[in-house]
Design a binder for this molecule. Structure first.
Ligand SMILES: NC(=O)c1ccc[n+]([C@@H]2O[C@H](COP(=O)([O-])OP(=O)(O)OC[C@H]3O[C@@H](n4cnc5c(N)ncnc54)[C@H](OP(=O)(O)O)[C@@H]3O)[C@@H](O)[C@H]2O)c1
Length: 321
């Protein structure tokens, strides 16, 4: 059965709109929830993973038919660092495809007015020219280590485009750069670089160790965005962006990994030395998103790396147990 949506009218959230934040306990979803609450949105639908498994098609269908959310932030996903991606490639592709298919399809069936799908900068080709423009999607080969995850995310973008084209839905996709912040994952097996370094320096400080060894040469340049900035960008895009193409979210500024390590070392108060294990490959020398499209729309990040790292470490100290 074809259900034609006409969500283009009346597409703006108002403070009483029914908003489903999928993945609200995660790093990104919890920040979007805080941002919506801070802006006075009062009608949020939040379901823990154990209450609603988004891979379960029937449960997702029942949920959407019963709750009828008007707006959806899709921040639920199977996410992890290089090690996790290499160890569990099947889980990464299967779980992400299932979550996206169920949430996007049921959003269409229940006439959701607008959905924002969160992808990731790893969808872009390994050798994309820097800074990476949205147009470089599907123009080259992907990084091998997280290919299953990237393919699932690309499928999510193409699903949003296809539903818009065939059914007139208003589903947009946002591609954030590397994210860090409060509620991050500090497990050394699966953590991304900033929480991993915070934990490493903190543990070394506590144990009185004289030096820590980090992977690679420290020379690659990477871009990082504090999660509260990402949340403000997502709410902003939900309000103003109806474009067909995915849109990048980042700072447009990068930092050398060794500079980043020094910043974290200083914030944590580790007094020892940093050594670099140059036998571990660095990966690409630079990775940064072109954020001119979102800047032109009127959004810019606010939180500097110093401030973001400080907030993240304070949160870690309060919550590490
Ligand atoms: N972190 C980054 O650096 C980064 C960068 C760019 C883009 N993103 C994107 O942002 C989104 C969120 O990432 P994140 O870092 O916030 O991940 P996260 O902290 O791991 O959070 C993922 C959320 O999804 C939930 N979830 C996972 N599988 C589920 C399922 N089957 N049913 C219901 N809920 C499920 C998790 O609940 P449980 O924990 O209870 O399983 C959690 O609430 C992802 O799409 C990711 O691609 C993240």
């Amino acid at each position: 059965m074809q259900i034609l949506n006409s969500q283009k009218e009346n597409r703006h959230m108002d403070k009483k709109s029914k908003i489903f934040v999928a993945g609200h306990t995660g790093l990104v979803g919890s920040a979007i929830t805080r941002e919506l609450e801070a802006q006075g949105y009062t009608n949020l639908i939040l379901k823990q993973h154990k209450e609603l498994d988004l891979m379960d098609r029937l449960a997702v269908s029942d949920f959407f038919q019963k709750e009828k959310p008007e707006f959806v932030f899709l921040a639920a996903a199977k996410v992890g660092g290089i090690m996790a991606n290499q160890t569990y490639p099947a889980d990464f592709i299967y779980q992400n495809l299932m979550i996206e298919s169920n949430v996007i399809h049921e959003s269409y069936r229940s006439k959701v007015k607008k959905l924002l799908f969160l992808g990731s900068s790893c969808i872009y080709p390994k050798l994309a020219s820097q800074p990476i423009k949205e147009e470089s999607l599907l123009t080259g080969l992907l990084e091998e280590t997280n290919k299953p995850y990237a393919i699932a995310k690309i499928a999510g973008i193409v699903m949003c485009e296809s539903y818009n084209r065939q059914y007139g839905t208003n589903f947009i996709s946002a591609m954030p750069t590397n994210i860090y912040g409060t509620h991050d994952n500090f497990d050394p097996e699966t953590a991304h670089v900033i929480p991993a370094l915070i934990k490493k320096f903190h543990d070394a400080k506590q144990a009185g160790i004289k030096s820590v060894t980090l992977w690679g040469t420290g020379t690659p340049r990477r871009e990082f965005l504090f999660v509260d900035d990402l949340a403000s960008a997502c709410v902003f895009l939900m309000d103003v962006y109806d474009g067909k193409e995915a849109i990048n979210i980042g700072t447009g500024e990068d930092i050398r990994i060794e500079e980043l390590a020094e910043l974290i070392k200083k914030e944590v108060g580790f007094k020892g030395d940093i050594k670099w294990d140059e036998s571990i490959p660095d990966g690409t020398p630079q990775k940064i998103l072109d954020v001119s499209r979102i800047h032109t729309l009127g959004w810019k990040h606010k939180i500097s790396p110093e401030e973001g790292i400080k907030k993240t470490y304070v949160w870690y100290l309060k919550n590490m147990k």
